[in-house]
Ligand binder design. Structure first.
Ligand code: NAD
Length: 259
C-alpha cells in the first residue's frame, strides 16, 4: 500500500475524477475526506468506501467559502490527527464566447478553481508545516498549457494553478511540503457530458463532431482519458518518496498536449 494511514483531503470528491481518486487513495490505505458542496453525494461516496473496507468521511465544503473550508479541514485534522495530502480538485465548466460571457459566471469560475485552491491550501499547510511534511496536488488540465475558444475563465484559472503550485513548491520546500499539478485531457464525467451539447449548439456542429474534432481531434489515438488514468497519476504523485518531484505538472491526455 502506497498511502497507508495518510490523511487525504479531496475536494469535489462526490463525483467524477475526484470520486475515483478517493477510491484509489482508500485502496492504497489512505484515510479519505470526501469534501464537496454536494453533501448527499459526499455521504454516499464515503459510505461506499467504508463498505469496501476503507476509511472515509464526508465533509460539507464550498471551496469558495473561507469559513466552510477552515471548519472542514480542521474537522479532518481533529478527527485523524494530521493532513498529509491535499487534492484540490473541485471544478465546474461554463462555456461562452467572451462577448457573451456574464461577469458573474467569470467570477464564479475563478472563485471555484483559484480561490478554492488558495483557501484549501492555506487551511492545509497550517497542519502540514507543523508536521514538516505534506503533498499538495492541484487538478489542472490540458488547458493549463493550451487554450480553446469559449473557455476564457477555465483556461485562465487552469493556467493560474500552474503558477500557484510553483509558488507553493518554493514556499513549502523548507517545511517538507511539495506541490504538483495533474493535467488531464478530456475525461467522460458529468462536467464533460454537459459540454458536448452546449458546444455543438454554440459551434453549430453535431455532438459527434464535438467529440471527434473538438475534444479528441488532437490526441494521438482519438481516445478519451479515463478517470482511472488520472487516479493512477494522483496515487503516483501522492506516494512519491522524497522532495525531488515538486513544482511540476504531469499531463495525462493521450498526447493531446505534450507539455
Ligand atoms: P464533476 O462535475 O464530475 O465533479 C466536480 C465536483 O466538484 C462535483 O462533485 C461538484 O459537486 C464539486 N464542486 C463544484 N463546485 C464546488 C464547490 N464550490 N465546492 C466544493 N465542491 C464543488 O467534474 P470532473 O470532470 O470530475 O472534474 C473534476 C476536476 O477535474 C475539475 O477541476 C475539472 O476542471 C478537472 N478536469 C476535468 C476534465 C474532464 O475532462 N472531465 C479534464 C481536465 C480537468
Amino acid at each position: 500500500m502506497k498511502l497507508k494511514e495518510k490523511v487525504a483531503v479531496i475536494t469535489g470528491a462526490s463525483s467524477g475524477i475526484g470520486k475515483m481518486i478517493a477510491d484509489y487513495y482508500a485502496r492504497e490505505g489512505a484515510k479519505v475526506a470526501i469534501c464537496d458542496i454536494n453533501m448527499e453525494g459526499a455521504e454516499k461516496a464515503a459510505e461506499h468506501l467504508r463498505q469496501s473496507g476503507g476509511q472515509a468521511m464526508a465533509v460539507e465544503m464550498d471551496v469558495t467559502n473561507e469559513q466552510a473550508v477552515n471548519k472542514g479541514i480542521d474537522k479532518v485534522a481533529e478527527q485523524w490527527g494530521s493532513i498529509d495530502i491535499l487534492m484540490s480538485n473541485a471544478g465546474v465548466q461554463i462555456v461562452h464566447p467572451i462577448e457573451e460571457f456574464p461577469f458573474e459566471q467569470w467570477k464564479k469560475m475563478l472563485a471555484i478553481h483559484l480561490d478554492g485552491a488558495f483557501l484549501t491550501t492555506k487551511a492545509c499547510v497550517k497542519h502540514m508545516y507543523k508536521q514538516k511534511s505534506g503533498v499538495l496536488l492541484y487538478m489542472g488540465s490540458v488547458h493549463s498549457h493550451l487554450a480553446s475558444p469559449l473557455k476564457a475563465p477555465y483556461v485562465t484559472a487552469k493556467h493560474g494553478l500552474m503558477g500557484f503550485s510553483r509558488v507553493m513548491s518554493k514556499e513549502g520546500a523548507k517545511h517538507g511540503v511539495r506541490s504538483n499539478v495533474i493535467c488531464p485531457g478530456f475525461v467522460k464525467t458529468p462536467l464533460v457530458e454537459k459540454q458536448i451539447p452546449e458546444q455543438a449548439k454554440t459551434l453549430g456542429i453535431s455532438e459527434e463532431e464535438v467529440v471527434k474534432k473538438v475534444m479528441l481531434g488532437d490526441t494521438v489515438d482519438g481516445q478519451f482519458t479515463t478517470m482511472e488514468d488520472v487516479a493512477n497519476v494522483a496515487v503516483f504523485l501522492a506516494g512519491f518518496d522524497g522532495n525531488a518531484l515538486t513544482g511540476q505538472s504531469i499531463t495525462v491526455s493521450h498526447g493531446w498536449s505534450m507539455n
